[in-house]
Design a protein around this ligand. Structure first.
Ligand code: PNS
Length: 166
């Protein structure tokens, strides 16, 4: 049986921490579906379409990767995609409670779906999309923390928002 995992997240935007988890996950699963799971009522920097487009660009030369988006229930998506694993990265201790809460809720919703965690690389323990966005919004360099295309897209987005040219 093909081992298909769904790697859900906000990916607003994708970081090198996500990329590290993905590359290691690709050795564990036959296929990974990167799922931009979004809440239409929650503010985000990039639209779901933009996030999908950026992730597609980052992963364009990778094999056995699919990119999709959904605003629905995660376990439903996993079942409909023919997968049975939710794949997540775990960073510092602060992630644990939130991740356990989600994993237990997903397990309650569908006992056939397992959540598999991979410990984040130590380099990425304290990186997050939020902190990266904050630094980038104030003109700080986030080079090395995100793929090159994300650096460009962040610059462009903040220039647009501030009404200045990138
Ligand atoms: O990158 P994030 O913000 O930590 O990802 C959180 C995400 C998208 C994985 C989580 O919010 C999620 O699973 N959303 C899908 C909606 C859902 O199924 N919720 C119920 C189970 S917790």
């Amino acid at each position: 049986m093909k081992k298909i995992a769904v790697y859900p997240g906000s990916f607003d935007p994708i970081t090198n921490g996500h990329v590290d988890i993905l590359k290691r996950g690709m050795k564990m699963f036959d296929e990974i579906i990167i799922l931009v799971a979004y809440n239409p009522n929650k503010a985000s920097l990039f639209t779901p379409e933009e996030r999908v487009e950026i992730i597609k660009e980052v992963t364009k030369n990778w094999e056995n990767i699919r990119v999709d988006s959904s605003a629905g229930l995660l376990v439903e998506y996993v079942k409909n995609a023919g997968a049975n694993v939710i794949f997540r990265g775990l960073r510092a201790l602060s992630d644990f409670e939130y991740e356990f809460q989600m994993a237990l809720m997903n397990r309650r919703l569908d006992r056939e779906v397992e959540t598999v965690f991979l410990m984040s690389g130590y380099k990425w323990f304290y990186t997050s999309s939020s902190i990266i966005k904050e630094a980038a919004s104030l003109g700080g360099s986030v080079k090395g923390m995100v793929p090159e295309i994300v650096c460009q897209r962040l610059q462009r987005k903040f220039a647009e928002l501030k009404g200045t040219k990138p």
